[in-house]
Design a protein around this ligand. Structure first.
Ligand SMILES: Cc1cc2nc3c(=O)[nH]c(=O)nc-3n(C[C@H](O)[C@H](O)[C@H](O)COP(=O)(O)OP(=O)(O)OC[C@H]3O[C@@H](n4cnc5c(N)ncnc54)[C@H](O)[C@@H]3O)c2cc1C
Length: 382
């Protein structure tokens, strides 16, 4: 007779199958995928209200596939603005035009709405899975299960589970505490962004790779537009508007009371994403520069992989997440290489480097390479 499985022995006495720390877009999607399979998951989120930060807007086809697996893609399609393509410009000339065919369009949804749609879906799958105002304070791997200490309305308590997933964002306290490493990768620069009303926003993104640095302009749903500018113009509408106008040669419609926000686009990767029964997920596992808009989408692809790995492990009573641990760094490496390339294309440049860059962008947008480039931009192959 084979030995009885240690986890199957314990399953009835554990509080949950999985505890997820952090209800950002990535932790939420993982919770949806697990709950949909009948896995007992709780997700602890220290915030009580909404996360109002304006961050991700682009949902690439592989990200949409992950949403599809969680049964929520239709809700996203209904709200989204579908980007039909993008144009890359420099010094007043269009260097490349990429078209996203039907079925491979990038969907644009502000991150606050993404949170709301995922929370709604999770609520429909399990009314008790999401614990808002619940801060995880400690994680202890006991070998056969994991113990998570949380502070919530009822005070401090311990939850036991077969697995814990750390999805607590780029500044992850648990990644540090568990010594999972955080290595800086190439690609770092300050940018400033601003979302404004624009009734003529259209359905194409414009990327100006100018001598003084990048200006991006993306249509948003609800007749709005996002501007992103390389450089720090935090808080001052006038300085932001002047910098955009000087770089692209036309005056953008930006009201005086607009408040642009600066952010550092940077890249890091955790040295390891699995330790025993604990897995890192999303920005806690890798920071991908927002230039290229892949961070949340990559987190969703990882969530899909992790949900499968956990499902199989629970079925067999094992703790084996090795396949997940192998795949995450591989796709993060590829996404970071692409993002570093996009950032190089948007760096200030003059003279020969500028001419070389313009020639390269023209080549990438030309007939033989255009389809391949559009595939890369929309996260093909990740
Ligand atoms: C300007 C900008 C634009 C971007 N644009 C795009 C884009 O277009 N496309 C794209 O794919 N990505 C984009 N990104 C990246 C994207 O925003 C992130 O990749 C994404 O938010 C990561 O989600 P997450 O769930 O891993 O982490 P987060 O969204 O950071 O969520 C982590 C959650 O954990 C909670 N938490 C932390 N500690 C604890 C604790 N101890 N206990 C309980 N809860 C805790 C936090 O309150 C938070 O809610 C952009 C980022 C920026 C800055």
């Amino acid at each position: 007779m084979p030995d009885p499985d240690p986890l199957l022995d314990l399953a009835p006495v554990l509080d949950h199958d999985v505890v997820v720390v952090g209800a950002g877009p990535v932790g939420l999607l993982l919770a949806c995928l697990l709950a949909q399979d009948g896995i007992d998951v709780v997700i602890c989120e220290r915030r009580r209200g909404e996360d109002r930060r304006s961050r991700a807007i682009g949902i690439h086809p592989p990200g949409l596939d992950a949403l599809e697996h969680a049964g929520v893609a239709t809700a996203f399609r209904t709200e989204a603005l579908a980007l039909h393509g993008g144009d890359v410009l420099s010094r007043g000339r269009v260097l490349a035009s990429l078209d996203f065919p039907e079925g491979r369009r990038v969907l644009v949804v502000p991150q606050q709405r993404t949170h709301a749609l995922l929370r709604e879906r999770l609520g429909a799958l399990s009314a008790t899975a999401l614990r808002s105002g619940c801060t995880a304070r400690g994680i202890r791997d006991e070998g056969r299960f994991v113990r998570v200490t949380v502070d919530a309305d009822q005070g401090r308590r311990e939850l036991t589970a077969a697995f814990v997933v750390i999805a607590d964002g780029v500044h992850s306290g648990f990644r540090r505490e568990l010594g999972m490493g955080w290595d800086r990768r190439p690609g770092r620069a300050v940018h400033t962004m601003l979302d404004v009303d624009d009734p003529a926003a259209g359905t194409r993104a414009l990327l100006h790779c100018e001598p003084d640095g990048l200006v991006e302009s993306f249509p948003l749903p609800g007749a709005r537009r996002r501007w992103v500018l390389r450089g720090d113009r935090d808080g001052v509408a006038e300085g932001f508007r002047t910098a955009v106008a000087e770089r692209i040669g036309t005056d953008p419609d930006i009201p005086d009371d607009a408040r642009p926000t600066a952010f550092v686009a940077a890249q890091h990767r955790a040295r390891t994403v699995v330790r025993g029964r604990t897995a890192l997920l999303g920005d806690a596992a890798h920071e991908i520069s927002p230039i290229g808009g892949q961070g949340m989408n990559l987190g969703w692809l990882d969530a899909d992989r992790l949900a499968s790995a956990i499902r199989i492990a629970l079925t067999h009573g094992s703790s084996d997440l090795r396949e997940y641990a192998r795949r995450v760094p591989r796709s993060a490496r590829a996404a970071q290489a692409r993002a570093a390339f996009y950032m190089a294309m948007g760096a200030p440049a003059r003279g020969l480097p500028l001419h070389a860059r313009e020639a390269l962008i023209r080549a990438l947008g030309s007939a033989p390479l255009g389809e391949w480039s559009a595939g890369l931009v929309t996260m093909g192959g990740l």
